[in-house]
Design a protein around this ligand. Sequence first.
Ligand code: ADP
Length: 294
Amino acid sequence: TVFNIGSINIDHLYQVGHFVRPGETLASTQYQQLLGGKGANQSIAIARAGGQVCHVGAVFHGDDQVLHSLNNHGVDTSLVAKTDTPTGHAIIQLTPEAENAIILYPGANHSLTQEQISGVLAQTSVEDWVLLQNETNLVLETLQQAAASPAQVAFNPAPMDLELTRAALSYIDLLVVNEVEAMDLTRTETIEAATTALEQDFPQLSILLTLGKDGVRYISHGQNDFVPAFKVEAVDTTAAGDTFIGFYLAALSEGKAPNAAMTIGCAASALCVTRLGAADVIPTRDEVNQFLAE
Ligand code: ADP
Protein backbone atom coordinates (compact mmCIF):
# COMPACT_ATOMS: atom_id res chain seq x y z
CA THR A 1 0.00 0.00 0.00
CA VAL A 2 1.05 3.56 -0.66
CA PHE A 3 0.05 5.87 2.20
CA ASN A 4 -0.12 9.20 0.43
CA ILE A 5 -0.16 12.06 2.93
CA GLY A 6 -1.25 14.94 0.75
CA SER A 7 -3.52 17.75 -0.31
CA ILE A 8 -7.09 17.51 -1.52
CA ASN A 9 -8.37 20.61 -3.30
CA ILE A 10 -11.47 21.71 -5.06
CA ASP A 11 -10.48 23.82 -8.05
CA HIS A 12 -13.07 26.43 -9.06
CA LEU A 13 -12.39 27.48 -12.65
CA TYR A 14 -13.92 30.72 -13.91
CA GLN A 15 -13.70 31.79 -17.56
CA VAL A 16 -13.33 35.57 -17.63
CA GLY A 17 -12.75 38.17 -20.37
CA HIS A 18 -9.90 39.66 -18.33
CA PHE A 19 -8.55 39.30 -14.78
CA VAL A 20 -10.74 41.07 -12.25
CA ARG A 21 -9.44 44.59 -11.51
CA PRO A 22 -9.34 46.32 -8.11
CA GLY A 23 -12.86 47.33 -7.12
CA GLU A 24 -14.42 45.58 -10.13
CA THR A 25 -17.22 43.02 -10.00
CA LEU A 26 -16.78 40.71 -12.95
CA ALA A 27 -19.24 38.14 -14.27
CA SER A 28 -17.76 34.84 -15.31
CA THR A 29 -18.87 33.35 -18.63
CA GLN A 30 -18.29 29.75 -17.60
CA TYR A 31 -17.69 27.84 -14.39
CA GLN A 32 -16.30 24.40 -13.68
CA GLN A 33 -15.48 22.62 -10.45
CA LEU A 34 -12.70 20.03 -10.45
CA LEU A 35 -10.97 17.81 -7.93
CA GLY A 36 -7.33 18.84 -7.59
CA GLY A 37 -4.28 19.16 -5.40
CA LYS A 38 -1.02 17.32 -6.06
CA GLY A 39 -1.85 14.89 -3.26
CA ALA A 40 -5.23 13.88 -4.67
CA ASN A 41 -3.85 13.74 -8.22
CA GLN A 42 -1.06 11.38 -7.17
CA SER A 43 -3.47 9.15 -5.23
CA ILE A 44 -5.73 8.95 -8.27
CA ALA A 45 -2.75 8.11 -10.49
CA ILE A 46 -1.70 5.26 -8.16
CA ALA A 47 -5.24 3.88 -8.13
CA ARG A 48 -5.61 4.20 -11.92
CA ALA A 49 -2.30 2.38 -12.26
CA GLY A 50 -3.79 -0.54 -10.34
CA GLY A 51 -1.94 0.19 -7.08
CA GLN A 52 -3.28 0.11 -3.53
CA VAL A 53 -3.45 3.64 -2.20
CA CYS A 54 -4.68 5.02 1.07
CA HIS A 55 -4.99 8.80 1.03
CA VAL A 56 -4.19 10.63 4.26
CA GLY A 57 -5.41 14.20 4.44
CA ALA A 58 -8.29 16.34 5.63
CA VAL A 59 -11.52 17.85 4.29
CA PHE A 60 -14.34 19.86 5.82
CA HIS A 61 -17.15 17.89 7.54
CA GLY A 62 -19.88 17.28 5.05
CA ASP A 63 -17.73 17.57 1.93
CA ASP A 64 -18.60 13.99 1.16
CA GLN A 65 -18.71 14.46 -2.59
CA VAL A 66 -14.95 15.06 -2.58
CA LEU A 67 -14.38 11.74 -0.85
CA HIS A 68 -16.88 9.97 -3.12
CA SER A 69 -15.03 11.31 -6.09
CA LEU A 70 -11.71 9.95 -4.77
CA ASN A 71 -13.42 6.64 -3.95
CA ASN A 72 -14.81 6.41 -7.47
CA HIS A 73 -11.25 6.61 -8.77
CA GLY A 74 -10.31 3.70 -6.48
CA VAL A 75 -8.66 5.64 -3.66
CA ASP A 76 -9.15 4.46 -0.06
CA THR A 77 -10.29 7.54 1.90
CA SER A 78 -10.84 5.90 5.29
CA LEU A 79 -7.88 7.84 6.73
CA VAL A 80 -8.98 11.26 5.50
CA ALA A 81 -9.89 13.35 8.57
CA LYS A 82 -12.98 15.57 8.77
CA THR A 83 -12.22 19.02 10.14
CA ASP A 84 -13.95 22.32 10.95
CA THR A 85 -11.66 24.10 8.48
CA PRO A 86 -12.98 24.52 4.93
CA THR A 87 -11.63 22.09 2.34
CA GLY A 88 -8.60 23.42 0.47
CA HIS A 89 -9.53 25.16 -2.72
CA ALA A 90 -8.27 27.25 -5.59
CA ILE A 91 -10.12 30.11 -7.27
CA ILE A 92 -8.80 30.14 -10.82
CA GLN A 93 -9.49 32.87 -13.38
CA LEU A 94 -8.88 31.78 -16.97
CA THR A 95 -8.70 34.33 -19.77
CA PRO A 96 -9.26 33.75 -23.53
CA GLU A 97 -5.46 34.08 -23.89
CA ALA A 98 -5.20 30.96 -21.67
CA GLU A 99 -3.51 32.93 -18.88
CA ASN A 100 -4.49 32.14 -15.32
CA ALA A 101 -4.54 33.93 -11.97
CA ILE A 102 -5.01 31.77 -8.91
CA ILE A 103 -5.94 32.25 -5.27
CA LEU A 104 -5.05 29.15 -3.27
CA TYR A 105 -6.59 28.53 0.13
CA PRO A 106 -4.85 25.57 1.81
CA GLY A 107 -7.61 25.25 4.43
CA ALA A 108 -8.07 21.71 5.70
CA ASN A 109 -4.82 20.65 3.99
CA HIS A 110 -3.03 22.55 6.76
CA SER A 111 -5.04 21.00 9.57
CA LEU A 112 -3.40 17.57 9.74
CA THR A 113 -2.59 16.59 13.30
CA GLN A 114 0.35 14.80 14.85
CA GLU A 115 -2.09 12.24 16.20
CA GLN A 116 -3.50 11.44 12.74
CA ILE A 117 -0.01 11.02 11.29
CA SER A 118 1.33 8.86 14.12
CA GLY A 119 -1.73 6.63 13.76
CA VAL A 120 -1.08 6.17 10.05
CA LEU A 121 2.63 5.50 10.38
CA ALA A 122 1.97 2.88 13.08
CA GLN A 123 0.05 0.85 10.46
CA THR A 124 2.86 0.65 7.92
CA SER A 125 4.96 -2.40 7.08
CA VAL A 126 8.09 -3.01 4.99
CA GLU A 127 6.19 -3.41 1.70
CA ASP A 128 4.51 -0.04 2.10
CA TRP A 129 5.48 3.38 0.85
CA VAL A 130 4.81 6.69 2.56
CA LEU A 131 4.50 9.47 -0.04
CA LEU A 132 4.42 13.22 0.61
CA GLN A 133 4.31 16.42 -1.37
CA ASN A 134 4.66 19.92 0.05
CA GLU A 135 1.03 21.03 0.12
CA THR A 136 0.18 19.91 3.67
CA ASN A 137 1.35 20.92 7.14
CA LEU A 138 3.77 18.94 9.37
CA VAL A 139 5.73 17.75 6.32
CA LEU A 140 9.15 17.69 7.96
CA GLU A 141 7.82 16.14 11.19
CA THR A 142 6.00 13.49 9.17
CA LEU A 143 9.06 12.61 7.09
CA GLN A 144 11.17 12.37 10.22
CA GLN A 145 8.71 9.94 11.80
CA ALA A 146 8.22 8.02 8.57
CA ALA A 147 11.98 7.44 8.46
CA ALA A 148 11.63 5.54 11.74
CA SER A 149 8.72 3.47 10.38
CA PRO A 150 9.19 0.23 8.43
CA ALA A 151 7.89 1.82 5.19
CA GLN A 152 9.97 3.36 2.42
CA VAL A 153 9.61 7.09 2.09
CA ALA A 154 9.13 9.11 -1.11
CA PHE A 155 9.05 12.91 -1.21
CA ASN A 156 8.01 15.20 -4.05
CA PRO A 157 8.97 18.68 -2.77
CA ALA A 158 6.37 20.63 -4.72
CA PRO A 159 5.94 23.51 -4.32
CA MET A 160 9.66 23.77 -3.52
CA ASP A 161 10.70 25.11 -0.13
CA LEU A 162 14.49 25.05 -0.14
CA GLU A 163 15.06 25.01 3.60
CA LEU A 164 12.43 22.37 4.30
CA THR A 165 13.57 20.17 1.43
CA ARG A 166 17.24 20.30 2.44
CA ALA A 167 16.24 19.28 5.97
CA ALA A 168 13.99 16.53 4.63
CA LEU A 169 16.70 14.80 2.62
CA SER A 170 18.08 12.86 5.56
CA TYR A 171 14.70 11.21 6.20
CA ILE A 172 13.76 9.96 2.75
CA ASP A 173 14.59 7.08 0.38
CA LEU A 174 13.29 8.52 -2.89
CA LEU A 175 13.25 12.14 -4.04
CA VAL A 176 11.15 13.08 -7.08
CA VAL A 177 11.86 16.47 -8.64
CA ASN A 178 11.26 18.21 -11.97
CA GLU A 179 13.85 20.40 -13.69
CA VAL A 180 12.93 23.63 -11.90
CA GLU A 181 12.86 21.95 -8.49
CA ALA A 182 16.22 20.24 -9.18
CA MET A 183 17.88 23.55 -10.10
CA ASP A 184 16.32 25.31 -7.08
CA LEU A 185 17.47 22.57 -4.72
CA THR A 186 21.04 22.47 -6.02
CA ARG A 187 21.23 26.24 -6.62
CA THR A 188 22.32 25.65 -10.20
CA GLU A 189 21.35 27.39 -13.45
CA THR A 190 21.35 24.51 -15.91
CA ILE A 191 19.89 21.03 -15.82
CA GLU A 192 23.34 19.54 -16.54
CA ALA A 193 24.81 21.26 -13.48
CA ALA A 194 21.80 20.21 -11.38
CA THR A 195 22.20 16.58 -12.45
CA THR A 196 25.88 16.55 -11.50
CA ALA A 197 25.11 18.22 -8.17
CA LEU A 198 22.33 15.74 -7.38
CA GLU A 199 24.72 12.86 -8.06
CA GLN A 200 27.54 14.31 -6.00
CA ASP A 201 25.72 15.92 -3.11
CA PHE A 202 23.13 13.29 -2.21
CA PRO A 203 24.78 9.86 -2.62
CA GLN A 204 22.50 8.28 0.01
CA LEU A 205 19.33 9.01 -2.00
CA SER A 206 17.52 7.55 -4.97
CA ILE A 207 16.43 10.45 -7.16
CA LEU A 208 13.95 10.62 -10.02
CA LEU A 209 14.51 13.72 -12.10
CA THR A 210 11.63 14.27 -14.50
CA LEU A 211 12.67 16.18 -17.61
CA GLY A 212 9.35 17.09 -19.22
CA LYS A 213 9.22 16.19 -22.92
CA ASP A 214 12.76 14.76 -22.69
CA GLY A 215 11.96 11.94 -20.25
CA VAL A 216 13.25 10.99 -16.83
CA ARG A 217 16.58 10.28 -15.16
CA TYR A 218 17.12 7.93 -12.21
CA ILE A 219 20.14 8.58 -10.03
CA SER A 220 20.78 6.01 -7.31
CA HIS A 221 23.91 4.82 -5.56
CA GLY A 222 26.28 5.40 -8.47
CA GLN A 223 23.71 4.33 -11.05
CA ASN A 224 22.48 6.88 -13.60
CA ASP A 225 19.74 5.73 -16.00
CA PHE A 226 17.79 7.72 -18.52
CA VAL A 227 14.45 6.77 -20.05
CA PRO A 228 13.30 8.98 -22.95
CA ALA A 229 9.79 10.38 -23.04
CA PHE A 230 7.32 9.08 -25.62
CA LYS A 231 6.80 11.38 -28.60
CA VAL A 232 3.25 12.68 -28.43
CA GLU A 233 1.28 15.81 -29.32
CA ALA A 234 1.10 17.61 -25.95
CA VAL A 235 -1.98 19.80 -25.38
CA ASP A 236 -1.94 20.22 -21.56
CA THR A 237 0.91 19.20 -19.28
CA THR A 238 -1.10 19.67 -16.06
CA ALA A 239 -0.64 16.65 -13.75
CA ALA A 240 2.11 15.08 -15.93
CA GLY A 241 4.44 14.83 -12.94
CA ASP A 242 1.67 13.57 -10.65
CA THR A 243 0.76 10.88 -13.18
CA PHE A 244 4.40 9.85 -13.53
CA ILE A 245 4.88 9.50 -9.76
CA GLY A 246 1.66 7.53 -9.30
CA PHE A 247 2.38 5.02 -12.04
CA TYR A 248 6.03 4.71 -11.02
CA LEU A 249 5.21 3.90 -7.38
CA ALA A 250 2.38 1.54 -8.30
CA ALA A 251 4.77 -0.35 -10.63
CA LEU A 252 7.48 -0.56 -7.94
CA SER A 253 4.88 -1.83 -5.45
CA GLU A 254 3.99 -4.69 -7.78
CA GLY A 255 7.67 -5.67 -7.93
CA LYS A 256 8.84 -3.95 -11.13
CA ALA A 257 12.46 -2.74 -11.31
CA PRO A 258 13.02 1.04 -11.43
CA ASN A 259 13.75 1.02 -15.18
CA ALA A 260 10.54 -0.82 -16.06
CA ALA A 261 8.60 1.42 -13.66
CA MET A 262 10.06 4.51 -15.37
CA THR A 263 8.87 3.30 -18.77
CA ILE A 264 5.37 2.75 -17.39
CA GLY A 265 5.45 6.21 -15.76
CA CYS A 266 6.58 7.85 -19.01
CA ALA A 267 3.85 6.11 -21.00
CA ALA A 268 1.16 7.14 -18.51
CA SER A 269 2.31 10.76 -18.37
CA ALA A 270 2.66 10.91 -22.17
CA LEU A 271 -1.01 9.90 -22.45
CA CYS A 272 -1.90 12.46 -19.77
CA VAL A 273 -0.34 15.38 -21.70
CA THR A 274 -2.32 14.53 -24.86
CA ARG A 275 -5.54 15.32 -22.98
CA LEU A 276 -6.99 18.60 -21.67
CA GLY A 277 -7.60 18.37 -17.91
CA ALA A 278 -5.99 17.19 -14.69
CA ALA A 279 -7.09 14.34 -12.40
CA ASP A 280 -9.92 13.44 -14.77
CA VAL A 281 -7.53 12.69 -17.66
CA ILE A 282 -5.04 10.46 -15.83
CA PRO A 283 -5.10 7.26 -17.89
CA THR A 284 -5.91 3.78 -16.61
CA ARG A 285 -3.39 0.94 -16.50
CA ASP A 286 -5.21 -0.75 -19.40
CA GLU A 287 -4.83 2.35 -21.55
CA VAL A 288 -1.14 2.53 -20.66
CA ASN A 289 -0.59 -1.16 -21.46
CA GLN A 290 -2.31 -0.70 -24.79
CA PHE A 291 -0.20 2.40 -25.55
CA LEU A 292 2.97 0.44 -24.72
CA ALA A 293 1.89 -2.42 -26.97
CA GLU A 294 1.33 -0.13 -29.99
P1 ADP B 1 5.99 18.25 -13.77
O1 ADP B 1 4.62 18.08 -14.36
O2 ADP B 1 6.06 17.88 -12.32
O3 ADP B 1 6.64 19.57 -14.08
P2 ADP B 1 7.52 17.06 -15.93
O4 ADP B 1 7.16 18.23 -16.78
O5 ADP B 1 8.98 16.73 -15.81
O6 ADP B 1 6.91 17.13 -14.49
O7 ADP B 1 6.77 15.80 -16.57
C1 ADP B 1 6.75 14.54 -15.92
C2 ADP B 1 6.86 13.43 -16.96
O8 ADP B 1 5.77 13.56 -17.89
C3 ADP B 1 8.11 13.47 -17.81
O9 ADP B 1 9.16 12.75 -17.18
C4 ADP B 1 7.66 12.79 -19.10
O10 ADP B 1 7.77 11.38 -19.00
C5 ADP B 1 6.18 13.19 -19.18
N1 ADP B 1 5.99 14.33 -20.08
C6 ADP B 1 5.90 15.64 -19.72
N2 ADP B 1 5.75 16.45 -20.81
C7 ADP B 1 5.74 15.61 -21.88
C8 ADP B 1 5.62 15.81 -23.30
N3 ADP B 1 5.49 17.03 -23.84
N4 ADP B 1 5.64 14.70 -24.09
C9 ADP B 1 5.78 13.46 -23.58
N5 ADP B 1 5.90 13.21 -22.25
C10 ADP B 1 5.89 14.26 -21.40
